[in-house]
Design a protein. Structure first.
Lengths: 117, 111
């Protein structure tokens, strides 16, 4: 089946630094990828929709200048958390959609646990 | 997409069937019912989906009421590895819209 690889799985960074998270679709092309954030004991919250070759669409309340999304190829989207602060500590999850598979075509990465100290 | 309502948590004895309910009373005719689950500190995993007929696969069965206003996910023989948060999501199959997650049901399978 479709596989989405997310890297790194875990990262600790100092406050004020930037962190890049990669999301790759390994065996299919994804023109659209989605980024979610999940705080402890809460559900997944959609942050943005990443479209290959165009600007990402951000959900209300998500700062586009802080969470930079690049989707330069059909298999790779990156999320960069700029000038990270402790409140950005969270579990970040990407999802890629395999065209033609309907709702079951949403494959998720294994997530990235970001801790800002 | 229609809103869904699920119980916050459920317990199930290992080896017994786990029946997870979901209400989606505002579902429209072209919307499917999807179930995903999330095991702790992992990404969500697709389980099953259906439109109006009951469905079964290697993981679970999905029972949708005739009026489609509610459904039940059945794990026939729950194991400890089935402990997870289960999300019921309603959406149509057109377009590139993302999956929107509610709060889900936290299923604890107990030995």
């Amino acid at each position: 089946g479709a596989v989405v690889s997310q890297h790194p799985s875990r990262v600790i960074c100092k406050s004020g630094t930037s962190v890049k998270i990669e999301c790759r679709s390994l065996d299919f092309q994804a023109t659209t990828m989605f980024w979610y954030r999940q705080f402890p004991k809460q559900s997944l919250m959609l942050m943005a929709t990443s479209n290959e070759g165009s600007k990402a669409t951000y959900e209300q309340g998500v700062e586009k200048d802080k969470f930079l999304i690049n989707h330069a190829s059909l298999t790779l989207s990156t999320l960069t958390v700029t000038s990270a602060h402790p409140e950005d500590s969270s579990f970040y999850i990407c999802s890629a959609r395999e065209v033609g598979q309907g709702g079951r075509g949403y494959t998720f990465g294994s997530g990235t646990r970001l801790t800002v100290v | 997409d229609a809103k869904t309502t699920q119980p916050t948590s459920m317990d199930c004895a290992e080896g017994r069937a786990a029946n997870l309910p979901c209400n989606h009373s505002t579902i429209s005719g072209n919307e499917y019912v999807y179930w995903y689950r999330q095991i702790h500190s992992q990404g969500p995993q697709y389980i099953i989906h259906g439109l109006k007929n009951n469905e079964t696969n290697e993981m679970a069965s999905l029972i949708i009421t005739e009026d489609r206003k509610s459904s039940t996910l059945i794990l026939p023989h729950a194991t400890l590895r089935d402990t997870a948060v289960y999300y019921c999501i309603v959406r149509n199959n057109s377009g590139n819209t993302p999956l929107v997650f509610g709060k889900g049901t936290r299923l604890s399978v107990i030995a």
